[in-house]
Design a protein around this ligand. Structure first.
Ligand code: URA
Length: 432
């Protein structure tokens, strides 16, 4: 088999066999296929696409490139949740404890933030003492006892994706539906959960800008998961504006804790309810109705059970559960509107980049983040504003040099028009 022939076949729009896909992925991970040939192969996929079975073979070839994590020692229905990425997306911090309170088992491996998107691990590490570096046996023990634990991804989890993603990032081949599906699902299948609930973000702040593309990505990921013997549902949710009000590490933990106590913003609460109900439907083989599932979710929040699970998880992972001790800056600068009208859109990526410039995110993998900074958005799409009204509170570190530029960027992210703009629905579709 020759790499050249495989690239040429895909370039000409022909279908690749399982062995051809396996060959090129294996050889790339071993180093015998150079970056320039893999780049050409990825671009051929970007331009010509892949049939569903080719994408499945690509996913399994990537999955088999590294270690897989068995969860056989965990009793009960193990479930994972994955978001395709957004700004202010602290859903996992709320959903994990909610699912644990419902009796499901959440052994979650999460990532750190890079660029404009935040990462669950960084958010949790803003809790004093909290460690995501948990040995495997302790991790399993916490999940068995409490129902939820969140740790960092191991270095050898899907090395093919690490190498291919780095290349896609610099060769303009990220936004390809089969490549995104294989990248996400290879990482989901590497951890042997029984169920997976996917939150596919749609809109200006997401990879998928149109509902049609998001539906196609969701359909493909659900089909890959099913073929691999997992139960998968995808929820399509709006990312045309940030989720919730808080952006920044400690601030997002605070908002997650509020939501777990029924005091959170309505969009975050709604998304958690839908994702948790769908998880419950998967775990019960849909022997309960949607309404019954929603009611159970509401009960674990209103009874305090879900928040209690959060506190137990924080303690088990070495953290201090006293929310008043979260490191949050006392230096708050208000951002006011320069004109009157209605908020017509909030550019998510710009908001995320502004938070990063305040110090809440990292530009490079090595950069240190400042847990204390971020912002609270006071206005949302569709809200009426008068000139001089506060649109955000910005939590800054006064010694940080990037503040002025970050605030300017946030101001430009808010678009205000004279006519009322109807906000998008939050949950746009469910593919299951
Ligand atoms: N998230 C991933 O893990 N991979 C992609 O390709 C896109 C988003």
């Amino acid at each position: 088999m020759r790499t050249y022939d495989i690239i040429k076949k895909k370039r000409d729009g022909e279908k690749l066999s399982q062995s051809e896909i396996q060959f090129i992925v294996d050889a790339y991970v071993k180093g015998s296929v150079p970056d320039y040939q893999m780049s050409a192969f990825l671009m051929a996929i970007f331009l010509k696409g892949m049939a569903d079975d080719e994408t499945f073979h690509l996913t399994t070839a990537m999955l088999e490139s590294g270690e897989q994590i068995s969860l056989s020692e965990i009793s009960g229905f193990t479930i994972d949740k994955h978001s395709t990425g957004g700004v202010g997306d602290k859903t996992s911090l709320v959903l994990g404890p909610v699912l644990a309170a419902l009796g499901l088992k959440v052994a979650k491996l999460s990532g750190r933030g890079l660029g404009h998107t935040g990462g669950t691990i960084d958010k949790l590490e803003s809790i004093s003492g909290f460690s995501c570096d948990v040995p495997a046996d302790k991790f399993i023990a916490i999940v068995n006892k409490i129902g939820v634990a969140i740790a960092g991804q191991t270095a050898n989890l899907v090395p093919a994706d690490k190498k291919m993603y780095a290349l896609r990032d610099v060769t303009a081949t990220v936004d390809s539906i089969p490549l995104i599906a294989a990248s996400i699902m290879s990482k989901k299948l590497a951890i042997h959960n029984k169920g997976v609930v996917l939150d596919v973000k749609v809109g200006s702040g997401a990879f998928m800008k149109s509902l049609q593309d998001a539906r196609e990505l969701a359909r493909l990921m659900v089909s890959i998961g099913r073929q691999a013997g997992r139960k998968v549902t995808a929820v399509l949710s709006n990312m045309d504006e940030p989720l919730g009000e808080m952006i920044g590490n400690s601030l997002e933990v605070l908002e997650a804790a509020d939501t777990l106590q029924g005091k959170g913003p309505s969009d975050l609460a709604e998304l958690v309810k839908v994702l948790a109900s769908e998880s419950l439907l998967l775990s019960t083989n849909r022997t309960i109705t949607q309404a019954e599932a929603s009611k159970k979710v509401e009960e674990v929040i209103s009874s305090g059970k879900a928040f209690q699970k959060f506190i137990e998880m924080v303690k088990a992972q070495g953290g201090d559960p006293a929310m008043e001790k979260l490191p949050i800056s006392k230096e708050i600068k208000p951002l006011v509107s320069e004109k009157s009208g209605y908020v017509s859109s909030i550019d998510c990526e710009e908001v995320g980049l502004s938070a990063m410039m305040l110090g809440a995110g990292r530009e490079t993998k090595e950069a240190k983040i400042d847990f204390t900074v971020g912002m609270k958005l006071c206005k949302h799409v569709g809200d009426k504003v008068e000139k001089g009204d506060k649109i955000a509170d910005i939590y800054v570190n006064p010694n940080h040099p990037g503040n002025e530029k970050a605030i300017e960027r946030l101001a430009k992210a808010f678009h205000i028009k004279a006519e009322f703009v109807q906000p998008q629905k939050l949950v746009l579709d469910i593919v299951s």
